[in-house]
Design a protein around this ligand. Structure first.
Ligand SMILES: Cc1cc2nc3c(=O)[nH]c(=O)nc-3n(C[C@H](O)[C@H](O)[C@H](O)COP(=O)(O)OP(=O)(O)OC[C@H]3O[C@@H](n4cnc5c(N)ncnc54)[C@H](O)[C@@H]3O)c2cc1C
Length: 407
């Protein structure tokens, strides 16, 4: 897609150095850092503020991401309220084995629901730093991205008018279902896709976590997962056929299946509660390469989707935003465009490491339910290695926590 035509010459015009499309973790991290560095930017978001501050999704941040947010003054509430996790539990064949990755690496996960992070980032950007963010915009279009005077237009939700913002750089942070990715010319970009052929029923239960750590339940009936989302809410996953209808999973069936797949000697019963979210995610991943064209730079899910198998998506979105922010600050201040030129390659190193890890981890989690004795045996060997060999454990933890993952 190239410059669109729906822009009349009488449209109100504004200027900003950077237009950021999308107010998720990527867009808001970027906006905050630019704002703090006095780089003029505008954020455009299709949803309302109330909606994005309540949209539940991810919940596990890797320590490097938290420390980076902290360095930018963006982690006060997170550090005050997040639970710190340094252990997970593998449940298989009626046994449970704790894996103390904090001890192996000295690093941790921070359990903090994505909507709280979005709320914090918005509060800092819009309320404390008076940043410009427009909610409820419609019909976002990009123009002249292959020139040095690109623009973004949208329909103002209050007036119904088309508005144009002339800019120097466009940051496409509009997630997996956004529009900015479509502006990369197909002859310029490669789309790499992987379909796992597996579905996960993603559940949020109004119930306290049943333990202080994540459970990975490896079971012939299918994978099951337990992840804290604060003191009163727990995310559970149940492997299911891709495309399954969530209505096939009434309350009783969900809890019976979770109890069966997470059963282990000496395990406490699960805390049950009302299911406040129930949807089927078809496990797939994609990566657009390169993540930039002309004056358009993609960040986060707009450029690459990591299935939630290894809980990497939000972390990658923050990683991209940090790199893009550094590059834009250098470009805006000293005219140094080396960061922008190297941006895509720098992001993609970690993206590919995480995608490869997710695929590897998927084989481990889904081996027992694959129906294939070879895959099940290989998954069991993989698990014994992580639990039995310090070297294998250290290698696993490097990628599980994203330590030293920019190769
Ligand atoms: C059930 C589930 C569980 C997950 N668990 C984890 C986890 O534990 N750990 C982890 O790291 N990741 C996890 N993820 C992935 C994580 O949620 C995403 O990777 C993350 O939201 C990506 O952030 P983003 O800023 O790139 O995109 P998004 O968060 O999708 O933000 C994009 C924003 O752009 C807006 N937008 C869309 N189109 C337009 C448009 N045309 N114009 C303007 N705005 C637009 C959207 O409304 C949205 O606010 C999970 C995802 C799901 C669905």
């Amino acid at each position: 897609m190239t410059a669109a035509s729906s822009l009349s010459s009488s449209a109100p015009v504004r200027h900003a150095r950077v237009v950021i499309v999308g107010a998720g973790p990527a867009g808001l991290t970027l906006a905050n850092i630019l704002r703090a560095a006095s780089v003029d930017c505008v954020v455009l978001e299709t949803e309302s503020r109330e909606f994005i501050e309540q949209r539940p999704r991810a919940g596990f941040l890797e320590e490097w991401a938290v420390r980076a947010l902290e360095r930018h003054g963006l982690a006060d509430r997170l550090l005050e309220n997040a639970e710190v996790h340094g252990e997970c539990e593998f449940r298989f064949a009626g046994q449970r084995r704790r894996f103390r990755y904090g001890e192996v690496s000295g690093h941790h996960h921070f359990a903090y629901p994505q909507q709280l992070l979005v709320t914090d980032l918005l509060r800092t950007y819009a309320d404390h730093r008076s940043g410009d963010v427009r909610f409820g915009v419609r019909g976002v279009e990009l123009h002249a991205i292959d020139t040095d005077r690109p623009a973004v237009s949208y329909t103002d939700p209050d007036t119904g008018e088309r508005v144009r913002i002339d800019c120097e750089i466009i940051a496409g942070c509009d997630g997996g279902r956004g529009v900015t990715r479509d502006y990369l010319p197909p002859e310029h970009a490669t789309l790499a896709r992987h379909d796992y052929g597996i579905g996960w029923l993603a559940l949020l239960a109004e119930a306290p976590p049943s333990s202080d750590c994540v459970f990975f339940g490896l079971h012939p009936r299918g994978f099951a997962g337990h992840m804290a989302r604060g003191p009163r809410v727990t995310r559970y996953y149940l492997e299911c056929p891709p495309g399954d209808d969530p209505e096939n999973w009434p309350y009783e069936r969900v809890w019976a299946e979770l109890r069966a797949r997470l059963a282990a000697d000496g395990a406490r019963p699960l805390n049950e509660g009302r299911l406040i979210e129930k949807r089927v995610l078809d496990m797939h991943s994609y990566i657009v390469e390169p993540m930039a064209y002309g004056r358009l730079y993609l960040a986060g899910d707009a450029a690459h989707l990591a299935s939630p198998i290894a809980a990497k998506g939000m972390n990658l979105a923050i990683h991209d935003a940090l790199l893009l922010a550094d590059a834009l600050v250098a470009y805006s201040g000293k005219g140094d465009d080396s960061g922008l030129r190297g941006y895509s390659a720098a992001c993609l190193r970690r993206v590919w490491q995480y995608q490869e890890f997710s695929q590897w981890f998927s084989e481990l989690l889904h081996g027992p339910s694959s129906g294939d004795p070879f895959q099940a045996g290989a998954a069991a060997a993989r698990l014994r290695r992580i639990l039995g060999s310090p070297t294998a454990a250290a290698a696993f933890v490097e990628l599980y926590l994203g330590v030293n993952a920019d190769h």
